[in-house]
Design a protein around this ligand. Structure first.
Ligand code: UDP
Length: 252
């Protein structure tokens, strides 16, 4: 016997567990720094809706809206680069705290887990505990990247995807996916529907940092690059709809 789907049944859930990578800049107004309450709320609403479909979601948040370690690479600064990277990690903690409050105010149960010690405001990242939170239906917000300097939160997203057994890394951007050129500079740039990891590396496409791509390629974790600015796209992404640019395929 064939069971007919109910008329208003939700679309089938494609992913069981995802890592959602948000840049720090996604929390700021366009071309601004800092944190915009409106932007945080807008993203939190989308995450809450995606979570309500039953998908387990761990969010890795960047810190570029406040500070990136590489900003201090010049010789005209007394701040050492390693220090600056730890400052960048602290920025991700600030962003994570904002996202936690926004999600909780929408009725979403959350935990912030940090890779550096900030016990007063976040739990330490402990893999098995993170898995337990996800299984209990909490959105886990992963702060401070991997807790080590000289990498970015892209690498953290790939690393945590492996550790937590995520089906996919959802890389949220403010354009529709990966283009032949920067679409904000060249309006004739063409959107790729899909790419292999090798193509991303060979064409030097700025999708995620090289370490993140290498990790995903080695362990065959797919990446979906999509536009979070389009309302409903986070829900579409966790439902496996064909949006953005899909990166996966042969490890070659
Ligand atoms: N960072 C780091 N180790 C990590 C994650 C982040 O040192 O594991 C630092 C690094 O300086 C980085 C900054 O934190 O530039 C902010 O993160 P990121 O640049 O990834 O933020 P995004 O570009 O996603 O906003």
């Amino acid at each position: 016997m064939t069971v007919m789907p109910e008329a208003n049944a939700p679309p089938p859930l494609r992913y069981h567990r995802v890592i959602l990578k948000l840049s720090g800049e996604s929390l700021a107004d366009s071309n601004q720094r800092g944190i915009s309450g409106d932007e945080v709320e807008c993203i939190a609403r989308q995450i809450q809706q995606a979570h309500a479909t039953g998908c387990q979601i761990a969010v890795v948040i960047g810190g570029g809206n406040i500070l990136r370690g590489a900003q201090f690479s010049g010789t005209n600064t007394m701040v050492q680069q390693a220090t600056a990277h730890y400052m960048g990690m602290m920025a991700t903690v600030i962003n994570s705290m904002a996202m936690q409050d926004a999600l909780e105010s929408l009725g979403c149960s959350t935990r912030v887990m940090s890779a550096i010690g900030v016990d007063t405001v976040a739990e330490p990242f402990i893999r098995r505990r993170a898995l337990r939170h996800l299984e209990k239906g909490r959105v886990v917000i992963l702060a401070a990247g991997i807790g080590r300097p000289f990498v970015t939160t892209d690498t953290a997203a790939a690393q945590r995807a492996l550790e937590l057994g995520a089906d996919v890394v959802l890389k949220a951007t403010r354009v529709d996916g990966v283009y032949t050129e920067d679409p904000e500079k060249n309006p004739h740039a063409v959107l790729y529907e899909s790419l292999s990891y090798q193509q991303v590396i060979e064409k030097n496409l700025r999708v995620m940092d090289a370490t993140a791509i290498a990790l995903c390629r080695e362990h065959q974790v797919p990446i979906l690059v999509f536009n979070f600015k389009q309302d409903g796209n986070i829900v579409r992404a966790v439902a496996g709809e064909s949006i953005g640019t899909w990166i996966g395929g042969p490890s070659g």
